[in-house]
Design a protein around this ligand. Structure first.
Ligand SMILES: [Zn+2]
Length: 341
């Protein structure tokens, strides 16, 4: 192929040279014999133009193919369940997220407009409903930016099976702990906390006591109404903006879940006590996390609270402990904690 081509070119060249015997003198003076004449330039240009056109056609096809490929990929991604396999489902009384087979059904999205702003956190919304092992209706409302499933059960939000109560995800006013060791009868209780939490707590407390550390629960479960009174008092004292940095609005407090508690003195002095230090370094071994770690205000929406522990189970707690550099639940799951207003 290359041979015949070069032969054609050389033939063309000689004919061109013959035809340009009368080319203007001066312009070509001193030029080498191979200097191209006007016709040869246009032929070359034509050839180049043809090549350019071919190249453009090929790139157009390529671009088209890439676009189609991307479209197909996006579509298939939307249908794929986010990978949650490498993450532990804590042992708390939380619904399983892994079993959406069987009775999973496509919802038409008519009834997904809860008043708690769950769909405005930039998460993909692919509605699915199914009945969980708990016999309750689970509504898959999307995935977090880190790929974890967000579900809603009885108006409560679970991310990868972990109950979330923060500024973005509130609890219904009438929500009470689902698995309390002692039934909820009062607005405040240090006993109506989750059964698994209480088992872990007793172990933690005993191990701390063996090291001559005195730990006690100073605040446990708090009802919506109790939180409302607390919050309103803080607002009256410090103003709404400041109160929002350290106190939850009613419905947004984790204390309503029965899955957390405050230890000892509820203030910054706890951080540097022997108890505070030991809790910070060891609570994960019992399944607790520092819910509002130091320097994580922008994720959690709250100031550092060394005394507020949340029960999440040992596997997740160890991941949050992160070798001593505590991660917040919000960072870990890729969710927000912001009031809609
Ligand atoms: Zn607390």
């Amino acid at each position: 192929m290359g041979d015949s081509r070069s032969r054609n070119v050389s033939q063309a060249r000689s004919s061109v040279n013959g035809a340009t015997g009368n080319r203007p003198a001066g312009t070509q003076a001193g030029s080498s014999g191979g200097r191209p004449g006007p016709k040869r330039i246009s032929r070359k240009q034509r050839e180049m133009r043809r090549k350019r056109q071919q190249l453009m056609a090929v790139s157009l096809i390529l671009v088209l193919l890439i676009v189609i490929l991307i479209a197909v990929l996006i579509k298939s991604c939307g249908n794929t369940k986010p990978q949650t396999d490498n993450v532990t489902t804590p042992a708390v009384s939380q619904p399983e997220t892994q079993n959406e087979q069987g009775n999973a059904s496509q919802s038409d999205g008519e009834n997904n407009n809860q008043d708690n702003g769950q769909n405005n956190s930039g998460n993909s919304v692919q509605e699915k409903e199914y009945t969980g092992e708990d016999g309750k209706l689970h509504k898959v409302i999307g995935t977090t930016e880190k790929g974890y499933t967000i579900e809603e059960v009885d108006g409560v939000t679970y991310v990868d099976g972990v109950l979330i109560a923060n500024k973005t995800y509130p609890l219904p006013e009438d929500f009470i702990p689902t698995n309390p060791e002692v039934p909820v009868t009062e607005g405040r209780s240090t006993k109506s906390l989750d059964k698994d939490l209480m088992t872990a707590w007793r172990q933690l407390q005993a191990d701390a006591a063996a090291k001559k550390l005195n730990l006690y629960i100073s605040s446990g479960y708090r009802s919506f109404q109790v939180q409302k009174t607390l919050y309103n008092n803080y607002v009256a004292k410090d103003g709404k903006a400041l109160a929002d940095t350290y106190s939850s609005r009613p419905g947004n407090s984790e204390h309503q879940t029965g899955l957390c508690f405050d230890l000892n003195s509820i203030d910054d002095t706890f951080t540097n006590t022997a108890e505070g230090k030991w809790v910070n370094d060891n609570c994960y071994k019992y399944g607790f996390c520092i819910r509002f770690p130091k320097g994580k205000d922008e994720y959690t929406g709250y100031q550092h609270e060394s005394w507020h522990l949340r029960y999440v189970g040992t596997e997740l707690a160890e991941k949050l402990y992160n070798g001593g550099d505590w991660l917040s639940l919000e960072e870990y799951f890729g969710i927000t904690s912001k009031y809609p207003d």
